[in-house]
Design a protein around this ligand. Structure first.
Ligand code: AMP
Length: 122
């Protein structure tokens, strides 16, 4: 997927052009299930306004970043994992595996999560 295509993917999901399993939405954010879940609960929270990554969102619109974090908590509540715990991940660029260059929070939970940060085994 080229970066240009990747940049438009979430906008097309938000616009309803590409179907998604929507979990939550409000005036600033849109949340839907990841197509390749990495935990029992794996939901993406995307700000409707596009920034490339977490740093650009924080610098450009800190209030919107707070809305994304609050939406992640709302998703955890709706998915029933607020009490058991959840992880919020923002991947940035190549080594982190970012593939869609429209900032998004991964909300993961529903079971004990593994460690993270180490390279994959061969
Ligand atoms: P990242 O690798 O952090 O950029 O995350 C992008 C995420 O988008 C990946 O976890 C993909 O599985 C997910 N994804 C890609 N296409 C879709 C889609 N059409 N619907 C839902 N999730 C998707």
């Amino acid at each position: 997927m080229s970066e240009t295509e990747a940049e438009t993917l979430f906008e097309r999901i938000i616009g309803g052009e590409i179907p998604a399993d929507v979990v939550y939405q409000d005036d600033a954010t849109f949340a839907f299930r990841d197509i390749r879940p990495q935990a029992r609960v794996h939901v993406l929270v995307v700000p409707r306004k596009r920034y490339r990554n977490l740093g650009e969102l924080a610098a450009g619109d800190p209030e919107l970043l707070a809305r994304v974090v609050l939406a992640a908590r709302k998703v955890a509540e709706l998915e029933g994992v607020l009490g058991s715990g959840y992880r919020v991940v923002f991947n940035t660029d190549e080594d982190a595996g970012q593939t869609v260059f429209h900032v998004h929070a991964h909300v993961l939970g529903g079971e004990p999560l593994g460690l993270f940060g180490a390279p994959e085994e061969d």
